[in-house]
Design a protein around this ligand. Structure first.
Ligand code: IPE
Ligand code: IPE
Ligand code: MG
Length: 239
């Protein structure tokens, strides 16, 4: 595996897609694919320190995923609870700080309690910052942020003239994160499906055909290597 270089992306965001197709190809229920996907998460998180990735943000459940069958949604919610229950101690010991983004209001209280506990338990960790997007949608996030911002304006805590592209991100769920340098989507779909709309304005994108349950740490390292070849301009003319 390649070591960290000066061109390693500090913040990588991943749209973990293809679990359902992975299971279907094996004639298994979709949930089997989600479980296989959860095992991959562990491997990718563990690979981050050696690859120079300080922040990893993963898309686990979107605001649109409620449209799936009740059985799949319930299975995913059980999987999230199981993942937190089983992985909390290891994440803590490996120096991972875990935080969640997304709207918690629609999530069941037992899951929200587990999310809160894991955030608290790992709050002093600093080796890798893992952010899990759960009931997350970029548009929903911007709408919720705007609501809070409007409340501050109405209460006289903020003047309309103070609202800039520096102010608004302080109201987003990701206020504690740098913008992602690289967004990876697996499974061959080339769309962002409402992920990190504001934050990825200048991110590099990598769309890979591999289905998420087959996405290894080796492939992750290769994708990061390609990122190192890219020239980021941010609108300027290269020196
Ligand atoms: C991604 O895999 C995981 C979630 C959206 C929860 P999918 O479940 O979307 O898998 P495909 O796209 O149907 O193969
Ligand atoms: C995006 O994948 C959401 C997650 C990976 C959690 P989807 O599979 O839900 O996206 P679409 O429906 O193909 O756009
Ligand atoms: Mg999908």
């Amino acid at each position: 595996m390649t070591g960290p270089s000066s061109t390693s992306p500090a913040h990588v965001a991943v749209i973990m897609d293809g679990n359902g197709r992975w299971a279907q190809m094996r004639g298994r229920p979709r949930l089997v694919g989600h479980h296989a996907g959860a095992r991959r998460v562990k491997e990718i998180v563990r690979a981050c320190p050696d690859l120079g990735v300080k922040y990893l943000t993963i898309f686990a459940f979107s605001t649109e995923n409620w449209k799936r069958t009740q059985a799949e949604v319930a299975g995913l919610m059980s999987l999230f609870k199981r993942y937190i229950r089983r992985e909390a101690q290891a994440l803590f010991e490996e120096g991972v700080r875990v935080r969640f983004i997304g709207d918690r209001v629609r999530l069941e209280p037992a899951l929200v309690d587990q999310m809160d506990s894991l955030e608290l338990m790992t709050a002093e960790n600093d080796r890798v910052h893992l952010t899990i997007a759960l009931n997350y949608g970029g548009r929903d996030e911007v709408a919720r942020a705007t609501r809070r911002l409007a409340q501050d304006v109405a209460a006289g805590r903020l003047r309309p003239g103070e609202v800039t592209d520096q102010t608004l991100p302080r109201y987003l769920d990701t206020y504690f994160l740098p913008d992602p340098d690289l967004v990876i989507r697996t499974s061959g779909e080339a769309r962002i499906s409402n992920f990190l709309l504001w934050q990825s304005a200048y991110s590099e994108y990598e769309f890979v055909d591999t289905l998420w349950p087959d996405f290894t740490a080796q492939e992750f390292a290769r994708v990061l290597g390609r990122f190192g070849q890219r020239e980021r301009r941010f609108g300027a003319i290269p020196a």
